[in-house]
Design a protein around this ligand. Structure first.
Ligand code: COA
Length: 173
């Protein structure tokens, strides 16, 4: 499907904090594919500002957001966190989420592309992420992007339908 032209991908800024809280709220209520249950994440605006400030200041992390430029809504994000120890700092972990009404339009791939470029610019060797085994759209996207399922944690999460496995997926850059 053609990408929606009023959306852009850009690095997060600290003043996105209120929109970011709204994004978490939407993701936690719309989908069971992220780890937090509705209402479980209780960050205040101040805490969100602090968290984004740390992320923006740290060379070891990056967050890119998908912004609807018509109404400045943040429609999705990708977070990248590089490990810091000598033996594993060549690896970064990714977390990705898009509000439901913006899914299925190829934006996940654009966010992954930004994350991968950031990782390459940092000289990283490996990207990894976790995904619930029932999240077929996400797995399809990650496989298309060159991630492989490296292992499966049995019954790692408990959803309304019962226990669900979680895959660990990795990509060597
Ligand atoms: C998973 C997610 C990141 C994928 O991003 P996306 O922008 O929707 O991805 P794409 O548009 O590239 O879709 C990936 C594939 O799933 C299909 N798909 C995605 N959403 C769909 C939908 N609602 N209905 C039908 N197909 C859909 C796409 O057609 C595509 O398949 P293709 O490769 O055969 O074309 C996004 O849907 C999302 O954030 N979902 C909710 C939270 C979540 O699951 N986060 C990931 C946790 S690991």
């Amino acid at each position: 499907m053609m990408a929606n032209p009023e959306l852009i991908v850009r690095p997060v800024v600290v003043s996105d904090a209120d929109q970011f809280l709204a994004l978490w709220d939407a993701l936690d209520t719309e989908t069971e594919n992220m780890l937090f249950a509705p209402g479980e994440r209780q960050a205040t605006l101040e805490q969100q500002v602090e968290q984004l400030s740390k992320s923006v200041e740290s060379a070891y992390s990056a967050v890119f957001v998908l912004e609807n430029v018509l109404n400045t809504e943040i429609a999705g994000f990708i977070g990248c966190r590089q490990n810091t120890r000598i033996r594993d700092r060549h690896c970064a972990y990714l977390v990705l989420g898009i509000k439901q009404k913006y899914t299925g339009q190829g934006w996940g791939g654009k966010l992954l592309f930004e994350a991968e470029n950031w990782a390459i610019s940092r000289g990283l060797h490996r990207l990894e992420l976790s995904v619930m085994a029932n999240n077929e759209f996400a797995i399809k996207l990650y496989e298309r992007f060159g991630f492989n399922i490296e292992g499966t944690k049995q019954d790692a999460v408990k959803l309304s339908s019962g226990y669900c496995d979680e895959h660990v997926m990795g990509k060597i850059l």
